[in-house]
Design a protein around this ligand. Structure first.
Ligand code: NDP
Length: 254
């Protein structure tokens, strides 16, 4: 066995939220591992533009709001049209919102669930068909430790619940497709430096609570999450399906 089991040569990946944060880091490591990648997001960031300009044969981008009715079929079709197949789906796009449970309104609850659960469900459903036709594939859903423990000090009923739901969807899909060559896993990151956490990291009180509750005493980096996603997507994880891989600096140990 060699390190080649971590490579994705010849593979095609679709990565949602591939313009920044964890999704962009996944795109970069997938590209280094030999994959060709279709990235999708609402906005085109300078970092995304640079990646597309540097390696146009390896990366492409399709603009989509994952909550649009036609987005799932459109982004899967764009991947097939551009690269001819689809081997790996990374359901990474996600949003968070804070608020007391008793004040949390229906609109925000729906928005968080639409983006973090319903959209990944619809995108996975669209991606399953070409994977079945090809005889296999791999999916990685980005969950969170927030799906396993209530966040503090920020109160996030919708976010926590949506991430718990995507962990369960992951296991359900893994069970359903295990005998048809499609592996489905989730990554549950702890606190990672990105736009999503920038406000909390800048807030001295939140920063202290997050750091003190992370035994390693620091936040994760997007690249550290991307390495885990690469493992789950690659043949190195050939016997891994239905797992929720926790990468949290030890947050859940206590
Ligand atoms: P960012 O806020 O940096 O990035 C969020 C990404 O999601 C962006 O690419 C954004 O695209 C995309 N996105 C959000 N809503 C939509 C939408 N409606 N349609 C299309 N794209 C959308 O966050 P992270 O990189 O940190 O988060 C990535 C994933 O990791 C999320 O699922 C998050 O919940 C999860 N996670 C993050 C943790 C952290 O500590 N950072 C911890 C645990 C889990 P655009 O720029 O176009 O809006």
């Amino acid at each position: 066995m060699t390190m080649d089991i971590f490579r994705l040569d010849g593979k095609v990946a679709l990565i949602t939220g591939g313009n920044r944060g964890i999704g962009l880091a996944v795109a970069r490591i997938f590209g280094e591992a030999g994959a060709r990648c279709m990235l999708t997001s609402r906005s085109e960031t300078p970092a995304l533009k640079a990646l597309l300009a540097e390696t146009p044969d390896r990366f492409d981008w399709v603009q989509a709001d994952v909550n649009d009715a036609d987005a799932p079929e459109r982004i899967v079709q764009a991947t097939l049209d551009r690269f001819g197949k689809l081997d790996v789906l990374v359901n990474n796009a996600g949003v968070a919102a804070n608020g007391d449970f008793h004040d949390f309104d229906d609109e925000r609850m729906h928005y968080i669930f639409d983006t973090n659960l319903i959209a990944p469900f619809r995108i996975a459903r669209a991606a399953i068909r070409p994977m079945l036709d090809q005889g296999g594939g791999a999916m990685v859903n980005i969950g969170s430790i927030s799906g396993m423990v209530a966040n503090k000090p920020q109160l996030q009923v919708a976010y926590n619940s949506s991430k718990a739901a995507i962990h369960t969807m992951t296991k359900t899909m893994a069970f359903e497709y295990a005998d048809r060559g499609i592996r489905v896993n989730a990554l549950a990151p702890g606190y990672v430096v990105s736009d999503m956490t920038a406000g909390g990291i800048a807030n001295a009180d939140w920063n202290r609570v997050w750091t003190e509750n992370t035994p390693m005493g620091r936040f994760g980096q997007p690249e550290e999450m991307a390495a885990c996603v690469l493992f789950l997507a690659s043949d190195a994880a050939s016997y891994v399906t239905g797992s929720v891989l926790v990468a949290d600096g030890g947050y859940l140990t206590h």
